[in-house]
Ligand binder design. Structure first.
Ligand code: DX5
Ligand code: ZN
Length: 235
């Protein structure tokens, strides 16, 4: 079991000093200088880093194992938000918690007993999240909402960075925020996929308080600091 002191979403207020939380996705970073890309984001004031884990089975792509998470953990104090796009999350949650994850989100479509996976994530000292593919109805998350700290709305089909934002998914954000308000629960509502300055306001107005951003933060057009500032200034 992990001995790391976790700074998870369970202790993070819904709104930070800068308002909503930006969570740069390292999937879009330059892997030859991951540590630098991570500390650039931290210097720009982000509190969360989003780590996409893909097994080539749940999604067609492969990305990041626990060894990589462990190697970048000492670089930064930001909250490590691990998004598991893998078929059998129960087999791997302990490895990611031991590697330094603070938070672990699992897909409702993945195999096994999802409720038991959430319990295991909590036992390991992490906060837990539940997410869904764009084609999955938001109601499928409701049975799990009372026991998670975060619900993630995918605004692209999981598997690849750099895709276009699906506005059709915004009503799910509103539904999850309404559920949280109706139940008096401090639920973090995160969005992931195609988020950039031109659509950040749409998801924030719908109730999202954590915005994952890959290619709009890590790209060749502007520095990490400028991209973070542009997202923060988005209205
Ligand atoms: C997609 C991943 C995303 C991805 C987002 O499967 O879950 O986190 O990195 O990248 P952008 O922001 O480029 O769509
Ligand atoms: Zn993701």
């Amino acid at each position: 079991m992990s001995e790391t002191t976790h700074n998870s979403f369970s202790t993070l207020p819904l709104s930070g000093p800068k308002g909503v939380y930006l969570a740069p996705s390292l999937l879009a970073a330059d892997y030859s200088k991951l540590a630098e890309q991570l500390s650039d984001a931290e210097k720009a004031g982000v509190e969360v880093a989003h780590l996409d884990i893909m097994d080539g089975h749940f999604v067609p792509n492969l990305a990041m194992g626990p060894g990589l998470v462990k190697s970048i953990r000492p670089v930064t104090g930001v909250l490590f938000d691990v998004h598991l796009m893998i078929s059998e999350p129960m087999r791997y949650v302990e490895a990611f918690a031991d590697a330094g994850a603070d938070h672990i989100t699992v897909h409702v479509e993945s195999e096994g007993n999802i409720s038991a996976v959430i319990d295991r994530i909590h036992e390991l000292g992490c906060s837990a999240g539940i997410t869904l593919r764009p084609g999955t109805p938001v109601e499928s998350l409701y049975p799990f909402l009372p026991k998670v700290e975060l619900a993630l709305v995918m605004t692209v089909e999981p598997g690849f960075g750099g895709q276009s934002f699906m506005e059709s998914q915004v009503p799910k954000v509103a539904a999850l925020r309404a559920w949280a308000n109706a139940h008096g629960r401090p639920l973090h509502v995160e969005v992931d996929g195609g988020i950039k300055a031109s659509n950040a306001a749409v998801v924030v107005n719908a109730g999202a308080n954590v915005l994952v951003a890959g290619s709009s933060i890590y790209n060749k057009k502007s520095s990490v600091a400028d991209s973070v500032a542009a997202l923060r200034a988005a209205k």
